[in-house]
Ligand binder design. Structure first.
Ligand code: ADE
Length: 340
């Protein structure tokens, strides 16, 4: 798939480096997700006072909203080490064995995309989470023996974009759950202002809000767009980011006034023109526009659903009235009736 500037996932090593450089490292610097931050600050303070380790935490919500950032902040605030890995990269129990036995008391093990652990690794992790031990099988066949290896009390922080795909037994082993949601415009504008300061770039308030409006509620996208607009204004303007620079730069990038790119527009107009606005199954849409179902479900739909441009019904996806207005299209009468 081509690279989208509005993708909520990191798309290259360079992009990842840029994301990391703008990450807040303390809870006090973190903007937004007030409830989560409040609950975390209480539990972190309690742990400090009682000199305990943190319960296992699951962060769930769409990509790009700060799940990894929060995991790093927790380790940082507790003054412990964080070891980061991900579900798809832990294919064999041996991969996890080395990581677990190297953790010290209070260390954080961060597993991104935890819904993608292999069944064997998932089974292996249960006693590690529950009793801080692992049962490791050595040798094969009649020589096979189970060695019980004790572990230090670590905290597992899992992150997932698809909480529904987590198995019951894994979910039950987490003590704390935090839902991370899309950011409102004013918080995104504050994040952009903070990032601009770190990047030593001048940006006026109107430009901050315009960028925020087009960032799909996602800090990672806001920061990426900010860098592009910064480059544009450096080369084509006087270096100060104003609304005109935002509009011109984002027009070149193919990001429209609602933050939609070609793929979002193609997704919506396909439902409108091929399937009369819906309802239509995601598989049919994916086949029509030649994209993976997973890509559409994870990278395109969440924000369209959030802003009411798309609705999910039992019969399939339906384009919302707001999307018809935005795309300057008219639903036919039949669709209107079905939507009511
Ligand atoms: N950069 C990315 N996300 C952020 C957040 N929530 N607060 C501050 N800076 C950020």
């Amino acid at each position: 798939m081509r690279q989208r500037i509005v993708t909520p996932k990191a798309y290259s090593a360079e992009d990842e480096k840029n994301i990391v450089s703008l990450r807040p490292s303390r809870l006090s610097e973190y903007i937004g997700q007030k409830q989560v931050v409040e609950k975390l600050s209480v539990s972190l303070e309690a742990i400090r006072r009682r000199a305990e380790t943190h319960e296992h935490i699951l962060f769930y919500g769409p990509p790009g909203l700060g799940k990894t950032t929060l995991a790093h902040i927790i380790a940082n605030e507790l003054g412990t080490k964080i070891v980061s890995t991900s579900g798809p990269s832990l294919q064999r129990t041996g991969d996890l064995m080395g990581i677990l036995t190297n953790l010290d008391t209070g260390d954080v093990l961060f597993i991104d995309e935890i819904h993608r652990l292999s069944p064997a690794v998932e089974e292996f992790i249960y006693p590690a989470m529950e009793d801080f031990k692992v049962d490791f099988v050595v040798d094969k066949g009649v020589y096979a023996r189970v060695i019980n290896v004790p572990l230090k009390r670590f905290a597992l922080i899992g992150a997932t974009t698809r909480a529904g795909l987590l198995s019951g037994p894994l979910r039950n082993r987490f003590g704390i759950f935090h839902h991370i949601d899309f950011y409102p415009e004013d918080e995104l504008a504050q994040i952009i202002q903070r990032s601009a300061k770190i990047l030593e770039t001048k940006i006026d308030k109107e430009a901050c809000y315009e960028l925020a409006r087009r960032s799909r509620g996602t800090p990672r996208i806001a920061n990426r767009l900010l860098r592009r607009v910064r480059d544009f204004s450096l080369v084509k303007r006087d270096g100060v980011i104003n609304i005109e620079a935002v509009n011109s730069a984002l027009e070149i990038e193919g990001v429209d006034s609602a933050g939609l790119d070609n793929l979002d527009v193609k997704f919506l107009t396909t439902i409108i023109s091929y399937y009369a606005g819906g309802p239509v199954g995601i598989e049919a849409i994916a086949a029509t526009i030649n994209e993976e179902v997973d890509t559409l479900e994870e990278m395109v739909e969440p924000y369209l659903l959030k802003i009411g441009f798309l609705k999910r019904t039992q019969k399939g996806r339906v384009v919302g009235q707001l999307a018809f207005d935005h795309l300057k299209q008219k639903p036919d009468g039949d669709i209107q009736k079905r939507l009511l």
